[in-house]
Write a protein that binds this ligand. Structure first.
Ligand code: FCB
Length: 290
């Protein structure tokens, strides 16, 4: 299903007033600098249900405690009930177009709504795979479509699509999903995280869990959907982000503490994951906090 922006616009809050006493309410909010919708959402008490949003274009920021979160294209944010909403277009960006769904979860969904990366209870997930990006957009679209339909079962169908969306998001959470995985892979993940700065040889890791290197590589990919190297790189970048947010460590020290002795290489890897170099990330993060 292709995303039809004109059809989505029909559901814009500009045109429609939403009430939130339902299981599911969904829409598309296109924001351009200076446009009518270009204001900061401010809900100090949060909402009664969850909100999940997916950014299609541009960049936004959400206050999270004393700090704030930057998020952009193909990033998902999840606000649990009661968590304050303070978010809007980031001043460095011309746009913030996003899809959003407000919902009261089915009780058994709650375990699937625990995401790996949270800041002051706000969950964040970056979707890197283009196929997954499209699949998620389609699921949002399905929810929005059913939610606006008056046909019988429309709400049940919206909830059904939403359940699939929530499951897909949960599948993108490598750590939360881990208990379901092979204990040998869990052991490898723990080891890698505890020794994040160390050089590793797949032969050494394989010997630790009594597998052949090729069997380990295969099993790891099967369980976590990416190679050991890609997974560790993601963990390293996450650690670096955290260090950039919470410390004043110079960039070369940040690089070193996650195992990169070459700061130029670190910058390249960081940029690949976040779109901006680490220094810029730290600056923007600090500016937002201020
Ligand atoms: C819209 C916002 C969207 C979401 C819903 C509930 O106005 O654009 O992000 O918060 O309200």
């Amino acid at each position: 299903m292709e995303l039809d922006i004109n059809a989505l616009l029909h559901f814009s809050p500009l045109i429609k007033t939403f009430t939130f006493n339902a299981w599911v309410v969904a829409g598309f909010t296109p924001i351009t600098r200076g446009s009518k919708l270009d204001y900061y959402i401010n809900r100090p008490q949060g909402m009664k249900g969850y909100i999940i949003n997916l950014t299609l274009r541009g960049q936004a920021r959400a206050k999270a405690g004393e700090g704030s979160l930057l998020f952009g294209e193909n990033e998902l944010l999840l606000f649990p009930p009661g968590v304050p909403h303070h978010y809007g277009r980031d001043e460095h960006s011309e746009h913030w177009d996003h899809l959003w769904i407000y919902f009261i979860p089915r009780p058994y969904w709650v375990d699937w709504l625990k995401w790996d990366h949270t800041t002051h209870s706000i969950g964040k997930t970056t979707v890197n795979d283009p196929q997954q990006q499209q699949a998620l957009r389609d699921l949002f679209y399905e929810v929005i479509h059913h939610h606006n339909d008056t046909a019988p079962l429309a709400e049940a169908l919206a909830m059904n699509a939403l359940e699939r969306l929530i499951l897909s998001c949960f599948q993108l959470q490598p750590i939360s999903n881990r208990h379901a995985h092979d204990p040998r892979i869990n052991a490898i993940c723990d080891y890698l995280n505890e020794n994040i700065a160390q050089e590793m040889k797949i032969e050494t890791l394989a010997a630790m869990v009594f597998l052949s290197p090729s069997r380990l590589a295969h099993l790891f990919k099967n369980e976590l959907g990416q190679t050991i190297y890609a997974w560790r790189e993601m963990q390293r970048v996450n650690r670096a982000k955290w260090l950039l947010q919470t410390t004043t460590l110079p960039l070369n020290k940040v690089a070193l503490s996650i195992g990169y002795s070459d700061p130029v290489y670190f910058t390249k890897v960081f940029r690949k994951h976040n779109g901006i170099p680490p220094g810029e990330y730290r600056k923007r993060y600090a500016a937002m906090k201020g």
